[in-house]
Design a protein around this ligand. Structure first.
Ligand code: ATP
Ligand code: MG
Length: 261
């Protein structure tokens, strides 16, 4: 039954590609669903969708089909066995890498159709700061930036935050530090956040207010179980034995849930 409450939208972005957005989105969605949240994951990597692959699904219909009038949203929506729903996107669709007025309007209409059914809608964005990524970030109530301790990832996260502040006046960002040293992932998470925050204060905030605020919601250690889970098209909680990093995802989900209240 529809409720008055509309879903909170969270865009998962990173700047740099391949840092773990899709893995984190899928596992976070499952953890949030386990805690009783009604969760929809929208594959916002419209040209190179990956979520269906990670989840071991083979969608017959995608967002593209909805927009082309080939099916209704409910025909493309997949109720996954992991407790959350997925709206899959297509792959190799170059036209979807450009944000047309038509695409933007249809996406906004689709979201307003769906948002009363869910508590949380996660957008798994593509890499970069292209117009489709920025569009999803602008549509979201919260922007979650995935970053690794590597300087290239830090630089691209910094650049994404800078662009979002300058173009959309966004100044609050959630942070997940991925691929942290497994010996002390939480310390790495804290030090990466402090470092990024200080660079932003120095070069982005200067002369503008309010300042950017980064909130670390969790770290995920470098874990060989993660590429294994991707190869097996499973979530971390489904691997045997369950991956040690599951508890980091659960902590992250709990922190994210609290920021939504
Ligand atoms: N904590 C981790 N430990 C080990 N490997 C990881 C970890 N996180 C992610 N990976 C590996 O990195 C790969 C890339 O992850 P993923 O596809 O989620 O990145 P992405 O940011 O979504 O990439 P893209 O920008 O292309 O969408 C995964 O296949 C996984 O094997
Ligand atoms: Mg991805």
């Amino acid at each position: 039954m529809a409720s008055d409450k509309k879903a909170r939208r969270i865009a998962v972005i990173s700047g740099k590609g391949g840092v773990g957005k899709t893995v984190i989105t899928a596992n976070l969605a499952s953890a949030l669903a386990s805690s009783g949240q009604r969760v929809l994951v929208l594959d916002a990597d419209l040209g190179l969708a990956n979520l269906d692959i990670i989840l071991g699904l083979d969608p017959k219909r995608t967002i593209q089909d909805i927009f082309q009038g080939n099916c209704r949203p409910d025909d493309a929506l997949i109720k996954t066995a992991k407790g959350f729903d997925l709206l899959p996107a297509g792959s190799g669709l170059q036209e979807n890498t450009v944000l047309s007025k038509n695409l933007a309007e249809k996406m906004e209409a689709l979201l307003s159709d769906l948002e009363e059914r869910y508590d949380i809608i996660l957008f798994d964005a593509g890499a970069g700061v292209g117009e489709v990524v920025l569009f999803f970030a602008a549509l979201a109530h919260r922007i979650l930036v995935v970053v690794t301790p590597e300087p290239t990832s830090l630089m691209d996260a910094y650049a994404s935050i800078k662009v979002l502040k300058q173009l959309y006046k966004r100044n609050e960002f959630l942070l997940v530090v991925n691929q942290a040293n497994p010996k002390h992932p939480d310390q790495i998470g804290t030090s990466v956040t402090k470092h990024l925050q200080s660079v932003i204060s120095k070069f982005v905030d200067v002369g503008t207010s309010p300042p950017v605020f980064l909130q670390l919601i969790g770290s995920l250690p470098q874990d060989p179980a993660i590429p294994r889970s991707v190869r097996n098209r499973q979530l971390l909680s489904e691997t045997q034995p369950p991956a040690a990093s599951v508890c980091f995802v659960n902590t992250m989900a709990e922190c994210l849930r609290r920021t939504m209240i």
